[in-house]
Write a protein that binds this ligand. Structure first.
Ligand code: PEP
Ligand code: MN
Length: 353
């Protein structure tokens, strides 16, 4: 339930509504808006009797949130959530952001070298796993903290923001220390204790759709993050399990407009894990931008044939450059644009000399 206050409601009237909600046994959360304050009632699992609140002074209207998720719903917050990173990248502001990089951080030369190429092609966020949730225990599991340090070094050198995955409580604390965005992967989308911890980590969270999760499941998982007080959440469609073996997963691009109508949170698409096939990544990246995605996550490797994970779906750097040029045109055609590229440090230094 959302209580919308009149634009001339006094602080005492707002406090009166909050007190009444608490007396009814729920939590109250005030969101001051440009025009008026809205007070959300949290903690209910069904329709709340609003009689007591309706008649309080200063109340304009009561909106019953019809969905099981509350704070992530558009009913709760009609305006889009915009997540702003330290390097100026805004996600959800009507621009297409691009997160790119190898599946795993493998060495200093690999991650620093590719970061420069990706930044020069226009990506503003660097991806790379340091903790890898691998299907087989014998596969490469990631460089752990050493990998996080290399990502931080790449950020230092290129100005790119860093997104990387946390797979458990221990890695979450480390990832939150080094990264700009904490990624919760498909396999952990319903790891509710990890979600709660991520909601308290003090960093934006990229939440990937589970491979057997409905859009409702995804939004309810996001609700865990917001319920812990973290409004900076980015959703990611990365494909669900299908019956057709031609692709690794079934990239559900309808989820993009569906989520946009149900929620104010930004949603990006990951055609790399969504298809599992290098040749299918670019067409589906183009389609995701055309569908209105707020961004893309793309795996790119300097030498995909020698990648320690997901080489078959990783683009060559040249292919990534072409993809960036194509999606810029598509974004333009739908009244959007790519997040402006970062200015290389050398150029910044030359400009200020
Ligand atoms: C990844 O992004 O590296 C990853 C493992 O993705 P997902 O959780 O979508 O499988
Ligand atoms: Mn991968």
């Amino acid at each position: 339930m959302l209580v919308v206050m009149r634009h001339d409601a006094t602080p005492e009237e707002i406090e009166g509504v909050m007190r009444t909600i608490r007396e009814m046994g729920y939590e109250a959360q005030a969101t001051p808006g440009r025009q008026r304050t809205a007070i959300g009632l949290i903690g209910n699992d069904g329709k709340v009797n609003s009689d007591r609140v309706e008649s309080l002074p200063g109340v304009l209207e009561i909106i019953h949130v019809s969905q099981p998720y509350k704070q992530v719903s558009r009913e709760w917050r009609p305006e889009n959530t915009v997540v702003t990173l330290d390097n100026g990248t805004r996600i959800g502001a009507g621009e297409v952001c691009v997160m790119a990089g190898p599946c795993s951080v493998e060495s200093e030369a690999q991650i620093i070298g590719i970061a420069h190429r990706l930044r020069d092609a226009g990506a503003t966020i660097l991806r790379g796993g340091a903790f890898k949730p691998r299907t087989s225990p014998y596969s490469f599991q990631g460089m752990a903290e050493e990998g996080l340090k290399l990502l931080a070094k790449a950020r230092e050198e290129t100005g790119m923001a860093v997104v990387t995955e946390a797979i458990d409580n221990e890695s979450l604390d480390l990832v939150a220390k080094y990264a700009d965005i904490v990624q919760i992967g498909a396999r952990n989308m319903q790891n509710f204790s990890l979600l709660r911890r991520a909601g308290r980590a003090g960093k934006p969270v990229l939440l990937k759709r589970g491979m057997a999760a409905t859009v409702k499941d995804l939004l309810l998982s996001a609700e865990y993050l917001l319920a812990e007080g973290n409004p900076h959440v980015i959703l990611c469609e990365r494909g669900v399990r299908g019956f057709d073996t031609h692709t690794r997963n079934l990239l559900d691009l309808t989820a993009i407009p569906v989520v946009k109508s149900l929620s104010h949170l930004p949603i990006i698409a990951d055609p790399s894990h969504g298809t599992g096939l290098r040749a299918k990544v670019t067409p589906m990246a183009r389609a995701a931008v055309a569908a209105g995605a707020d961004g893309l996550m793309i795996e790119v490797h300097p030498d995909p044939d020698r990648a320690l994970s997901d080489g078959a779906q990783s683009l060559f750097p040249e292919q990534f450059g072409e993809l960036m040029e194509q999606i810029a045109v598509i974004a333009d055609a739908i009244g959007s644009r790519l997040v402006p590229p970062l200015v290389p440090r050398e150029a910044r230094a030359a400009g200020s000399a």
